[in-house]
Design a protein around this ligand. Structure first.
Ligand code: ZN
Length: 341
């Protein structure tokens, strides 16, 4: 038998950040890249759309009018999944039927007054204003006594079910810590207890040595394809310094963060010459007042496209029943993304 080779043989990769595994089947994608490169006709959007509920001055579902905002704008979601006034309560039966009331606040964040832009079209200095707003919202929401976790995210593109193309993101802040961040909290805490170092700090050092999965670096941030990436072009943005939450970023770091987001999303748009859909979000320390020394701020990008602007990866079958699976290796994806910067 040949020697085990990550570029050749089916294998599982461990994600130390959440404790889960991904099945990698490189032999299914060994052929050279043959993804379609044709131009996709780009939908031309107006700078202002009178029927868009996110454009400045327009009326929203609840009858309120947006102000004539000039950069970013945040407001409470008119169709919020969580509400601050939910009464406390629990239901339990035989330990099998369990429910707990959940309080929270859902906000919408417009990245720009311009209906026709996306993050990669925006100037880095304007993305920096989005970073400022994230920082401000994390601080304000996190300071509320009933908010213990603040999830900042963006769902971009019809392929991800985004209902409005106006550049915007969301924040869901709530009393409990949701499952994804809870696993990352546990894994990072265990690593910190054992090594007195941040898991992602040590991971980043390894990646900077190996270089094969690094796609972009600036002074304060690194963009890489995680060793355990599930989505074909999944990436992670990591600060070089061990920040636990966005509130700790200074002026320089916020500029570097905005630069990394701009460069990455621009590269994404070049993969299939189409405005690249994704779900992205910032994971950081819960806001329940505990210390969480091991927590290391990072941003995930999970884009669904696989082979072309119209062929996306589905998480079905074995992946719903067993583990996630991928064909092209994270190293191959990293090489391709790096070439597009
Ligand atoms: Zn994470």
């Amino acid at each position: 038998m040949a020697t085990f080779d990550l570029a050749e043989h089916p294998h599982r990769r461990y994600n130390p950040l959440n404790g889960e595994w991904v099945l990698v089947s490189p032999h299914r994608a060994k052929r050279p890249w043959q993804g379609q490169q044709e131009e996709v006709s780009k939908e031309v959007r107006p700078q202002y759309d009178p029927s868009c509920y996110l454009c400045p001055t327009n009326e929203r579902a609840n009858g309120e009018h947006n102000p004539d905002y000039k950069s970013t704008y945040a407001f409470d979601n008119d169709f919020a999944a969580l509400q601050p006034g939910t009464p406390a309560g629990t239901l339990t039966k035989a330990g099998l039927l369990r429910a707990e009331s959940e309080r929270g606040i859902c906000k919408v964040i417009c990245f720009s007054p311009r209906h026709d832009l996306t993050l990669p079209d925006m100037e880095a200095s304007d993305i920096r204003k989005v970073v400022d707003l994230w920082q401000q919202e994390y601080a304000q929401l996190g300071a509320l006594d009933f908010i213990n976790h603040v999830q900042i995210f963006e769902n971009k593109g019809q392929a991800m079910g985004a209902s409005n193309p106006h550049p915007h993101g969301q924040i869901w802040a709530q009393s409990s810590i949701p499952a994804g961040p809870a696993k990352e909290t546990q894994q990072q805490a265990a690593y910190y207890t054992e090594h007195q170092r941040s898991l992602l700090q040590d991971y980043l050092e390894l990646e900077l040595e190996e270089k094969t999965r690094i796609i972009y670096e600036n002074e304060h941030f690194v963009v890489l394809v995680p060793f355990w990436a599930v989505w074909p072009f999944e990436t992670m943005l990591l600060p070089r310094r061990h920040f636990q939450h966005i509130g700790q970023l200074g002026e320089e770091e916020k500029n570097a963060f905005a630069d990394a987001i701009k460069r990455l999303t621009m590269a994404y748009d070049r993969v299939f010459n189409v405005s690249f859909p994704y779900s992205a979000g910032i994971h950081q320390r819960p806001t329940d007042g505990q210390e969480y020394l091991g927590w290391h701020l990072h941003m995930h990008f999970f884009p669904p496209l696989l082979r072309s602007a119209t062929v996306k990866k589905f998480m079905v079958g074995y992946e719903m029943m067993g583990d996630p699976q991928r064909d092209i290796t994270p190293e191959t994806s990293a090489e391709r993304l790096r070439s597009l910067f």
